[in-house]
Ligand binder design. Structure first.
Ligand code: HEC
Ligand code: HEC
Length: 747
């Protein structure tokens, strides 16, 4: 198996400097100074041997030398040298290896370049991804969520061989044996297609509201595992089978999956809470099984705010990728600053302190009884880049590539030191998936928003930009209208100077997938206060009334203010237009119709209708139907009084009365952190819709209610927010059963 010899320039340079006393080792062959070469007396061949060596195992090299009694000194690059040609390394890394041969006053040096030393490789760990190469190396599979299709591309030419119309919103896929399997988020299905012989799909219908996302093949074969994100679980499905074999449901917001051949299954939890991000570990003693669940907290980082780093928690943990030796798990994500702000820390959130791309690295112990731990050196923060959406290791584990979504870049990192080993720009819009060819020379980048796959020749990485060798479209025809497509591209593009300064922020930074990050931001510096991110999906932009908790915007085009302000973008409106009339005031003269891009952004956000289905809905279960009916009755009762504000089909009275007076209510939830509205006094809040509550905890404008019970009781001591103190525990349970099922099935 050809292993890539990647020789990043920086690495070589640093090794050469470190070994300056015999810097000759950096060039291939250097005769000893002043010695007249007598070709017949000293002949030295090439230093040959393996490209990869393993920690704790002897690696042996060969060198042909005449005369045979010439003396050889081997410099192993780890600070040791000896007269041998075999060596046992004690730590993983990139080592520059060379041998110095001398005889009768002559000297020659042979360098082997960089040797990758890793822990012994685990048999191909697996991870969920939007793109996967088949084992033959000839076909590339990708998901097309907006087109409800999956595509097969020729891995050489990247031509679209076939686009298969499938179920609703396929998100990730995995290959095992003869099957490619993928999750369909919006129709709660897992489909499997036979890769080589087109046939009917094997379909697994999951419980309504499961919202499956991640899928991996068990490296031992025979089973796929999927995350059921909304249901908060993981399920196993036989390869080529239909129907769930085993499932667990104690994994809230379960998203990405990675698996080791010893049966350890790693699960990311997509969104974080104030106290941090979580990764769970399940051991599957045999393929398809699901054992005990353990979980690990990645707490917030503090004290890091600078122009190259920021405080906060890993957010939007889409993926977890294990290195080939199974000793590390990498979580590419974004670090969301839920620590800093004028109220919380006295320091305002700036464009460069709000969020940035990071990788969290977990050290995975050899023993199944021990939990992984974060590496001591901490999380790796990227400068001037927005969101690490995906990662992949080279086969030898020496390098990792990380896709940066809104910056439209791929960064290569030395997998041992995390030193930057190269970068590729313009990889397509919103890259969300990476794959490598079996010989390790080609990197495939799936650009979700350019509907493209681009292939780069990475065999000479570090010696200039890796050349683009092929590019292909993933869909035959686009499902979105041109305006919505443009708006969605803008939504994801941090690299657009109009959107943000230094490529740090886009709308997707806090609203990936059009959802919310479930975090509470300190927007005091924006003239607001502590603000719980509002998910966009379902709300249809202005379709559910005024925007924001304080009703400070009335059109999506008003986001021009956030773009020019906190995000430090140059803005999408021409300055002359922005500063005409009262256009530059939120709720002032309309901005609609002034910029093609802002109108497109608005078209996309306004198109986000459809809440999905609630996993709590148990249609057809008589006990549940009765509970819910009682809850509905309480909700609609004059005694509780919920409907006076949460009215109509949006469950909200949100809107403006002439001239532009927002309908705000003080329901007793305002506190010191609530801040202001448009920099002035905050007298109350816009009534939020109650649809989608099953996936939007924490609740209230400042996230001060962790659960619905907190909204109804803890944060409602004086019945100012509906009369709930008279309700029994049973009645509160009934009311919650109703509230948790306000989904697309509710008229
Ligand atoms: C740093 C995180 C962050 C970024 C970046 C961000 N948002 Fe938000 N978004 C929030 C938070 C927090 C709220 C709630 C704030 C409030 O109500 O004052 C919110 C609320 C919204 C709402 C209100 C929904 C409703 O029904 O009231 C919309 C629409 C929205 N954001 C769109 C966008 C767009 C468009 C962009 C890009 C220009 C964007 N957001 C960028 C965090 C963010
Ligand atoms: C006077 C108007 C009013 C009444 C009456 C009212 N609400 Fe509310 N509701 C609001 C406002 C305003 C908020 C936002 C409060 C905040 O964010 O601090 C809210 C927030 C909520 C939330 C949290 C939503 C979220 O996304 O975080 C829930 C749940 C809720 N209300 C349920 C109810 C129920 C159940 C009742 C009846 C028992 C009720 N409300 C009565 C106005 C009202």
């Amino acid at each position: 198996m050809g292993t890539p010899t990647l020789t990043p320039r920086r690495l070589i340079a640093s090794v050469c400097v470190a070994l300056a006393s015999w810097a000759v080792a950096c060039s291939d062959s250097t005769p000893a100074a002043n010695s007249e070469q007598d070709a017949s007396s000293l002949e030295v061949g090439e230093l040959t041997g393996p490209q990869v060596a393993y920690v704790g195992q002897a690696a042996c090299f060969s060198l042909e030398v005449t005369p045979s009694d010439a003396s050889i000194s081997t410099f192993w690059g780890d600070g040791t040298s000896d007269q041998l040609l075999c060596h046992t390394y004690t730590a993983p890394g990139h080592y520059l290896l060379s041998a110095e041969v001398s005889s009768a006053g002559q000297k020659q040096v042979r360098s082997r370049g960089l040797l990758v030393v890793t822990q012994p490789l685990a048999l191909a760990p697996t991870h969920s991804s939007t793109i996967a190469l088949d084992p033959e190396g000839s076909g590339l599979w990708v998901v097309n969520p907006d087109n409800d299709s999956v595509s097969l591309l020729d891995a050489g030419s990247l031509e679209l061989i076939r686009e298969f119309p499938v179920c609703d919103h396929p998100r990730t896929l995995a290959i095992s044996g003869a099957f490619v399997a993928f999750t369909c988020q919006d129709s709660d299905e897992v489909w499997q297609l036979e890769r080589l012989v087109p046939s009917d799909a094997k379909r697994t219908q999951l419980a309504p509201g499961s919202a499956p996302y991640g899928i991996v093949g068990d490296p031992r074969g025979r089973f796929f595992y999927v995350t059921t994100q909304s249901l908060g679980g993981v399920a196993s499905i036989g390869v080529g089978a239909a129907g769930v074999t085993h499932s667990v449901q104690t994994l809230p917001d379960a998203r990405g999956l990675g698996m080791l051949p010893d049966g350890r299954l790693f699960v990311t939890h997509w969104r974080s809470a104030a106290e941090g991000a979580r990764v769970s570990l399940i051991s599957a003693p045999a393929p398809g099984e699901l054992g005990e669940v353990q979980s690990l907290l990645l707490p917030p980082e503090l004290g890091l705010n600078s122009d190259t780093n920021n405080d906060g928690v890993p957010s939007f943990n889409n993926q977890i990728v294990l290195n080939p030796s199974g000793t590390q798990a990498w979580l590419p994500s974004l670090k969301a600053n839920n620590q800093t702000g004028l109220f919380r820390s006295g320091k305002d959130l700036s464009f460069e302190l709000t969020a940035r791309a990071i990788v969290s690295v977990l050290e995975v112990p050899g023993s199944l009884d021990q939990l992984p731990r974060e590496r001591a050196a901490g999380r790796y923060a990227f400068d001037d880049l927005d969101f690490a959406s995906a990662a992949i290791f080279t086969r030898d584990g020496g390098l990792a590539f990380v896709a940066i979504q809104g910056s439209e870049r791929v960064i290569a990192l030395d997998a041992f030191t995390l030193d930057n080993a190269g970068s590729i720009r313009d990889v397509g819009k919103a890259p969300q998936g990476l794959a490598l060819s079996p010989d390790g020379t080609r990197l495939f980048v799936h650009g979700f928003m350019s509907r493209s796959v681009r292939a780069y020749d990475i065999s000479a990485l570090g010696q200039g930009d890796p050349p683009l060798v092929a590019e292909g479209a993933t869909v035959a025809s686009e499902a979105l209208t041109p305006e919505v497509l443009l708006g969605k591209q803008i939504f994801y593009a941090a690299v657009d100077r109009r959107m943000s300064k230094s490529s740090y922020l886009s709308c997707a930074s806090c609203h990936l997938d059009g959802e919310g990050d479930n975090l509470v931001w300190d927007f005091t510096g924006r003239g607001e206060g502590l603000r719980n991110t509002i998910p966009l999906r379902g709300r249809a932009g202005v379709g559910s009334g005024a925007l924001h908790w304080s009703a400070n915007f009335d059109e999506i085009q008003d986001f021009e203010h956030d773009i020019r302000g906190p995000q430090q973008g140059t803005g999408f409106l021409a300055d002359s237009l922005f500063h005409s009339g009262s256009v530059d005031t939120p709720l002032g003269d309309p901005k609609a119709g002034l910029s093609v891009e802002l109108d497109a952004l608005a078209a996309y956000v306004n198109s986000l209708s459809g809440w999905g289905s609630s996993p709590y809905r148990k249609t057809g279960d008589p006990a549940w139907e009765a509970t819910r009916a009682r809850g509905k009755q309480i909700f609609e009762s004059a005694a509780a009084g919920c409907g006076s504000c949460h009215s109509g089909s949006t469950f909200s009275d949100s809107g403006f009365d002439p001239p532009k007076l927002p309908r705000l209510h003080d329901v007793g939830t305002l506190s010191a952190g609530s801040g202001s509205r448009l920099g002035s006094q905050l007298t109350g809040l816009d009534t939020p819709t109650l649809r989608g509550l099953w996936k939007s905890a924490p609740y209230l404008h400042d996230g001060s209610a962790a659960t619905l019970r907190d909204v109804l009781i803890t944060r409602n001591p004086n019945d100012r927010h509906g009369v709930t103190s008279t309700l029994s525990e049973q009645e509160l349970d009934d009311l919650e059963a109703f509230l948790l099922t306000l989904d697309d099935f509710e008229p």
